[in-house]
Design a protein around this ligand. Structure first.
Ligand code: BTN
Length: 241
């Protein structure tokens, strides 16, 4: 694992994407930053993180061999890697809110942004971006967010965390090709609000109730609706309230 530690950057994901376009990057090159000026979240959102307090990391992974339709396994491997590490620090009530927000009880403590590039030989290279709230304690404007420090009432070593997460990622991404069923079962066990009625909303602001059944191979959320229909929703189609 090659580790590049930056002080400030626009986005660690963009940094790695730019670097991989100009040079042959070593597999599992990891970049961390103390601060991001243009941190990006899912679906065009902004990812804000208090300077130096949290873990901001991106990992470049090359030549992953899965079918294009199965890339959701990367999300699963990443979410599980973060959960496994947080578990080893005794962070309680961990779950994955579809698609890959890492939760402790009802609070989001980490987010994942994976950007894949598909090569003509069928292989895939990915930049896996992880934002983990570690030592930030002020979440005044973010009532649904929290951090390891708030939850455990302690501070944590980010350098140690980055290594542990990268190591788990290596192990779990290797399973994507060999034993992805194991990963899927684990992910399913950690799925936030699985089996209980929850409120969803769509782009058209319609609110409806449903019960999460699981996630399909393509990464769609499978929901049982009140009229007994089983419907699969894509990332941009619904949001859990
Ligand atoms: C989300 O929950 O919306 C995903 C957040 C992902 C944030 C990380 S921080 C490191 C990497 N660089 C970025 O610009 N985004 C990801």
């Amino acid at each position: 694992m090659k580790l590049i530690k930056l002080d400030a950057i626009d986005s660690t994901n963009d940094f790695l994407k730019g670097l991989s376009a100009t040079e042959e990057l070593e597999n599992f090159t990891v970049v961390t930053a103390e601060n991001q000026t243009k941190g990006r979240g899912q679906m065009g959102a902004v990812w804000n993180s208090e300077k130096s307090k949290n873990l901001i990391m991106s990992v470049f992974v090359r030549d992953l061999l899965v079918r294009a339709g199965d890339v959701y396994s990367f999300n699963i491997a990443t979410a599980l890697s973060i959960i496994e590490v947080l578990k080893s620090y005794n962070i309680p009530n961990l779950s994955v809110k579809w698609p890959n927000d890492i939760m402790s009880a009802n609070f989001k403590i980490a987010g994942v942004l994976i950007e894949n590039s598909f090569k003509s030989d069928g292989s895939i290279s990915s930049v896996i971006g992880i934002g983990l709230n570690v030592n930030q304690t002020d979440f005044q404007n973010l009532p649904k967010a929290s951090s390891m420090a708030v939850i455990a009432n302690s501070t944590f070593d980010k350098d140690e965390l980055v290594v542990l997460i990268a190591e788990r990622l290596k192990v779990n991404l290797a399973l994507v090709g060999s034993d992805s069923e194991f990963l899927w079962t684990q992910y399913d066990n950690y799925l936030f609000k699985k089996g209980v009625p929850v409120a969803f909303t769509t782009d058209s602001q319609k609110v409806f109730m449903g019960i999460i059944q699981g996630v399909s191979q393509k990464g769609k959320l499978i929901v049982l609706l009140e009229d007994d229909r089983l419907v699969e929703y894509g990332l941009k189609e619904i949001q859990m309230l």
